[in-house]
Design a protein around this ligand. Structure first.
Ligand code: SAH
Length: 209
C-alpha cells in the first residue's frame, strides 16, 4: 500500500492517503495537508478566518531528516533509535482521538520525536481562542528536534512563541502536569508501553481519550 500512498509533494501524499482510505476524516486530511484549504473556495477561506482558525497545515518535510523521503508513507529514522512514524499511522492516531480534539482542547503527545504529530494535533485544537499541545520526550536531543522542526514554519513559530505548543523533557510513563495542573482532553502515547500507567490515566479528563 505504501507505494500507492506516497507522493512527490505533501499534497500528493495526503491526497493519496485519502483516496486509498488511510485517511478517512476530511478534518484530519486538512490538518495534514499544507495546501488543504486551497482546494476550497474563497468563501471557505473567509469562513475559516471568521472561525479564527490557525492555518498551520503541516508540511511533513519540515519534520523528516531527508527531504527525498518526506512524502513517502513510511517511517523514517530520526536518530536515537527513534523514527518519525508513517503518515497513515499519524492519521489513524488523530482519527481515533478526533472526538476529543475540539478547538481549545489540551493535548499531551507522549514520545513527540520529530514533532510532526504534535504539530498536526496543534493544527486540530489550537485557534486564537486557545488550545494547547505539549510534546513530551525522554531524550533531550529529540525534544529539541521537535521544537526546531516546528519553528521552520511561520505558523509553527507563532504557536511555540505564544506557548500554545511546547516541548518538554520527561518520562512519559509519569505523564506531564502542566502549570495549573489541569487535566488533558486527549493523551497520545507514541512510545511503546508494556503496561498502562495509572499516572497517565489520572491526568486525563473524563470524558477524555
Ligand atoms: N510520534 C513521533 C515519534 C515516535 S517514536 C514521531 O512520529 O515523530 C517514539 C518516541 O517515543 C521516540 O522519540 C522516543 O524517544 C520516545 N520515548 C520512548 N520512551 C519514552 C518515555 N518513557 N518517555 C517519553 N518519550 C519516550
Amino acid at each position: 500500500m505504501a507505494w500507492r500512498c506516497s507522493g512527490k509533494t505533501n499534497e500528493e501524499l495526503i491526497t493519496n492517503l485519502f483516496k486509498n482510505g488511510l485517511i478517512k476524516s476530511p478534518t484530519v486530511k486538512s490538518a495534514m495537508s499544507k495546501v488543504g484549504f486551497l482546494h476550497f473556495s474563497l468563501l471557505f477561506e473567509v469562513l475559516a478566518v471568521l472561525r479564527l482558525r490557525s492555518s498551520l497545515q503541516v508540511d511533513r518535510a519540515h519534520f523528516c531528516p531527508s527531504p527525498n523521503y518526506a512524502y513517502e508513507d513510511s517511517p523514517q529514522s530520526i536518530g536515537y533509535a527513534a523514527t518519525i512514524s508513517a503518515p497513515h499511522m499519524h492519521a489513524s492516531a488523530c482519527e481515533s482521538l478526533l472526538p476529543f480534539l475540539k478547538h481549545g482542547a489540551k493535548v499531551l503527545d507522549i514520545g513527540s520525536g520529530s514533532g510532526y504529530l504534535t504539530a498536526v494535533l496543534a493544527e486540530l485544537v489550537c485557534s486564537k481562542e486557545g488550545g494547547k499541545v505539549v510534546g513530551l520526550e525522554h531524550i533531550k536531543a529529540l525534544r529539541d528536534l521537535g521544537e526546531s522542526n516546528m519553528l521552520k514554519s511561520q505558523e509553527g513559530r507563532r504557536l511555540v512563541e505564544d506557548g500554545r505548543v511546547s516541548f518538554v523533557v520527561g518520562d512519559g510513563r509519569l505523564g506531564w502536569r502542566d502549570e495549573g495542573g489541569e487535566e488533558w482532553d486527549a493523551i497520545h502515547v507514541g512510545a511503546a508501553a508494556v503496561t498502562l500507567h495509572s499516572e497517565i490515566i489520572e491526568q486525563l479528563k473524563r470524558p477524555g481519550r
